[in-house]
Design a protein around this ligand. Structure first.
Ligand code: MN
Length: 255
């Protein structure tokens, strides 16, 4: 039996990145698309719990959800595909990078994390955009990477975050997350009625230089692959915080 591939994204069902990705993946397995009905970039790991969600089949094996990327993976795995779970969750290809500290905002990566939470190997693809950029080149690579994941015995807790450089690929680098330089990223303006409004993230972000980072890889023309996991525990702090445990444990009790 051919592997079943769930394809989703945060740019919405009509984005070129999702279409090219799904087409390329048809050589690897049976593709089912469940994607947001509109753009949900920077939706992060939001799950919709305060209103009903609608699921609509646009075409065979192609569904839209009026929710977030996380909603899509949930509905796909627990409803649309519940009789036969997907073998892999593939998210993207995002129009724009998801590097370094920005991964926490990313709907593209959160969809892959949702796959990981449901114990399905998951991979996220994002592309830097500029002169010489091609979704076709990225999609061809994405199909090969997905075939590799399907062939191996992958730990579903580890999500692969793939970022493509703008032009031809110089090669592939396994990387760690880089660090963003935070600057004045909010633009303040007045609307036609004289009321202030704000626009977050005007200028493209700057990054601290660092060897082995995702940012350094894509900047030198390499495809970056960063293994990510959802365990946010800072393990080194556990022994150091024992003192806090004892201090608070033995504090006089208030009655
Ligand atoms: Mn996006």
């Amino acid at each position: 039996m051919k592997p079943r591939i769930l394809v989703t994204n945060d740019d919405g069902i009509y984005s070129e990145g999702l279409r090219k990705l799904a087409d390329a993946l048809r050589s690897v397995g049976d593709v089912v698309i469940v994607a947001p009905d509109r753009e949900q970039s920077a939706a992060s790991h939001a799950l919709t719990l305060n209103r009903p969600l609608r699921l609509l089949e646009l075409a065979p094996d192609e569904w839209i959800v009026d929710g977030t990327p996380t909603d899509c993976v949930n509905l796909a795995v627990l409803s649309v595909l519940k009789t036969r779970r997907p073998d892999v969750v593939v998210s993207g290809i995002n129009f724009g990078p998801n590097l370094g500290d920005d991964v926490t905002y990313s709907g593209t990566i959160s969809a892959a994390f949702e796959g990981a939470l449901l114990s399905i190997p998951s991979i996220a693809f994002s592309a830097l955009v500029g002169p010489g950029f091609s979704f076709d080149r990225c999609a061809e690579f994405a199909a090969r990477a997905t075939a590799y994941i399907l062939a191996g015995d992958r730990n579903p807790q580890v999500v692969l975050n793939v970022n493509f450089p703008v032009g031809e690929f110089a090669g592939v680098r396994i990387t760690r997350l880089g660090k963003r330089v935070y600057s004045e990223g909010v633009i303040e303006r007045l609307d036609p009625r004289g009321k202030k409004y704000y626009w977050i993230g005007g200028e493209p972000p700057l990054w601290h230089p660092g060897e082995g980072t995702d940012f350094a890889a894509v900047e030198s023309g390499f495809v970056s692959i960063t293994p990510l996991h959802l365990d946010l525990t800072h393990h080194e702090s556990i022994p150091k915080l024992k003192i806090l445990e004892e201090t608070l444990d033995h504090a006089p009790k208030t009655r």
